[in-house]
Design a protein around this ligand. Structure first.
Ligand code: DX5
Ligand code: ZN
Length: 224
């Protein structure tokens, strides 16, 4: 899979039913999901605590056997301290927040040296172009379209223009992922603004039929 050019909806397991996580992941992979988004929260960088490397290693074999990748989004302070554990757990891509460490360049290089795709996430208030100093060590830019920490929030409208500005400057080697408030009505707009990876939590796992919701999101993003 190409993180920079493939178009995909990436279901976030944050909104899944953890009592039957494996079955929920199997359900969406059966209808074509190949990028599984894992939201890691530490109770410091963001208020909630979610889960850590154990959740990644619990899913890694299943996701890889079905031809998918695990897209880890670290909403944690000083992510460079935790990157080795997520690499060992089977992460295929790891995204760190620009706001979470003074050592962004070092963290991105560490991810790449560990054999994974390196992503940089920007909160809504962070200027779009801060990634430029890390251009040579970056595979993916994750544009937060809500304030990180919680699922099921409304997309902040200024995200569309920010995505477009990012897409214009990132170049073909760097993928553009959008995260937060993506559902059937907003998916075509973030796609039109240039995002190629669309994270969706509540719009997939909050639906009565997650598989059908996933397919509808892909259809609305790229076929309408
Ligand atoms: C928010 C997380 C998101 C979240 C998205 O902090 O990074 O990945 O799961 O949830 P929805 O799609 O419900 O906005
Ligand atoms: Zn996320």
């Amino acid at each position: 899979m190409s993180w920079s050019t493939d178009r995909a909806v990436a279901p976030s397991i944050l909104s899944a039913d953890f009592a039957r996580l494996g079955a929920q992941v199997a359900e969406i992979m059966a209808v074509g999901a190949r990028v599984i988004h894992v939201d890691v929260m530490d109770g410091h960088f963001v208020v909630p605590i979610s889960f850590g490397p154990v959740a990644v290693s619990a899913l890694a074999d299943q996701v890889h056997a079905a031809g998918g990748v695990i897209d880890v989004h670290l909403m944690i302070e000083r992510p460079e301290r935790q990157i080795p554990d997520f690499l060992s757990a089977g992460a295929d891509g790891i995204t760190v927040h620009y706001e979470a460490t003074p050592h962004v360049h070092y963290a991105l290089a560490m991810i790449r040296e560990g054999g994974a795709r390196a992503g940089l996430a920007l909160c809504p208030a962070t200027p779009a172009m801060v990634w430029e100093e890390c251009a040579g060590t970056l595979d993916l830019l994750l544009c937060m379209s809500v304030n990180p920490g919680w699922g099921n929030q409304e997309l902040i409208p200024h995200s569309y223009a920010k995505l477009a500005r990012l897409r214009e400057r990132l170049g073909p080697e760097i993928g553009l992922e959008v995260d937060g408030g993506v559902h059937a009505a907003t998916a075509p707009k973030v796609s039109a603004a240039g995002a190629n990876l669309l994270v969706a939590g509540s719009a997939v796992f909050g639906a009565t039929d997650p598989g059908a919701a996933f397919r509808e999101l892909e259809r609305s993003a790229w076929e309408s």
